[in-house]
Design a protein around this ligand. Structure first.
Ligand SMILES: Cc1ncc(COP(=O)(O)O)c(C=O)c1O
Length: 425
């Protein structure tokens, strides 16, 4: 099936009631037929559901649909994108290991990596930039993964995933890619060598700013059993789960099974079935929405670029964008509806512009039907020091727009009045 069709029908053949919409299985547990049935479920010998911290039939449809869209073998839905990011790392890391990271990251991901991972004995290694050579220099025999955002939020960099996957795999290390901004409609990291894909489903997939959610997708391709020293948690009996040896017992989805049965089962960032349902509603119209998002973003970027009051505009759809070539190659000529720009005057000018917009909603989400504005230096990235901000691709005046589905003329009119107010002061 094509992606547009998978996003609507994937993972659901109807249930015994023939309900057309995916039912919301609002239950905590499922009744065992008998003790043997319970044992088989607990030992993962039988597919099925028993306790909904671990899995749920509504979430299962979302997982199958996202796995199909990303070209993976299995997926795990969780309560937020942040949970997906943290589980992706904790599933492969152990105390003493290090994580090699492309520096252009969403602010909370940066904070988690740099300030929280060390408290678990996991060393974050931030590369100077997102090039494969820069990441390769930091990999050693304790590296548990290379992590990057396919399209950085808010930097808008597009990572050369094939080059990065090559250096990771040459060293026996998996590549984890956050594909939130691109979505699988523009880019499928697994087809370029990624081993694990994570998403904040809160953004374009949900699409209406109503629901938090996240997902981890396992390509099923990483050879965990070839690296027993680097990944003992995949190759030795797992004490946290009946001495299962994940790489041996689940060779085609070892990552997803470990993430579910060790991380989710024991730490419980479970997605509520109602939220899975809402995210499935979003997924059904994602293809159509993305086209409008992109058309509007191109119109707004052109408007800003032509305006002499604007000092700079960064939009991956412009041929002078430093990542234009990579965007063309990886995003199939398409572009996410994120536009960043600045006016002269640094932090204060950025804040003033942020405060002057009227139609744009001032908040720190993206991918909503409503157009949104953020001033990363004072919000999402305010914990970062100036050098860290620069490495993340953010200037003090940077304004990030997430362009929604309104009429583009109304968005440009709002920007016009805000620019007039800022330049007057
Ligand atoms: C690229 C990216 N990854 C992860 C997250 C975290 O997602 P959530 O807010 O759903 O926890 C975000 C949130 O903005 C994001 O932009």
């Amino acid at each position: 099936m094509h992606d547009e069709t998978t996003a609507i029908h994937g993972g659901y053949q109807g249930d015994s009631t023939r309900a057309v919409a995916v039912p919301i299985y609002q239950t905590v547990a499922h009744d065992f037929i008998d003790a043997d049935h319970a044992a088989a479920l607990f030992d993962l010998e039988l597919p099925g559901f028993h306790y909904n911290r671990i899995n749920n039939p509504t979430n299962d449809v979302l997982e199958r649909r996202m796995a199909a869209l990303e070209g993976g073998r299995a997926a795990l839905a969780v309560a937020s994108g942040a949970a997906a990011v943290s589980y992706s790392v904790l599933t492969v890391a152990s105390p003493g290991s290090n994580l090699v990271i492309a520096p252009q990251l969403y602010g909370a991901t940066f904070t988690y990596f740099v300030h929280v991972l060390p408290t678990y004995g996991i060393e974050p290694r931030l590369a100077v930039d997102d090039r494969a050579e820069s990441l390769a220099r930091l990999i050693d025999d304790r590296t548990c993964a290379v992590f990057c955002e396919s399209v950085g939020n808010p930097a808008g960099n597009v990572v050369d995933l094939e080059a990065v996957a090559r250096v990771a795999h040459r060293n026996g290390v998996p590549l984890i890619v956050d594909n939130t901004v691109a979505t699988p409609f523009m880019l499928k990291p697994i087809s370029h060598g990624a081993d694990v894909v994570v998403h904040s489903l809160t953004k374009f997939v949900g699409g209406h700013g109503t629901t938090l959610g996240g997902v981890l997708v396992d390509s099923g391709e990483f050879p965990w059993s070839a690296h027993p020293d680097r990944f003992p948690q995949f190759n030795q009996p797992e004490p946290a789960f009946h001495d299962v040896v994940f790489a041996r017992d689940f060779p085609e989805r070892a990552f997803a099974v470990r993430a579910r049965s060790v991380m989710l089962r024991n730490t419980g960032a479970t997605l509520a079935p109602m939220n899975a349902f809402l995210l499935l509603q979003g997924l059904e119209s994602l293809a159509a929405r993305l086209e409008r998002h992109e058309r509007n973003a191109r119109a707004v970027a052109r408007f800003l670029d032509a305006d002499p009051r604007v000092a700079w505009v960064s939009f991956a759809g412009f041929s002078d964008h430093p990542y234009y070539e990579l965007a063309q190659r990886y995003l199939k000529g398409r572009v996410p509806s994120i536009v960043t720009f600045g006016v002269a005057g640094g932090y204060e000018a950025g804040l003033s512009l942020f405060n002057s917009l009227e139609l744009f909603k001032r908040l720190v989400n993206l991918g909503d039907a409503k157009s949104l504005v953020a001033h990363p230096a004072s919000t999402t990235h305010r914990q970062l020091r100036p050098a860290e901000l620069a490495a993340a691709g953010i200037l003090p005046e940077t304004i990030r727009l997430s362009i929604g589905l309104e009429h583009p003329d109304d968005l440009c009119a709002d920007l016009d009045q805000a620019l007039a107010r800022v330049t007057e002061t």
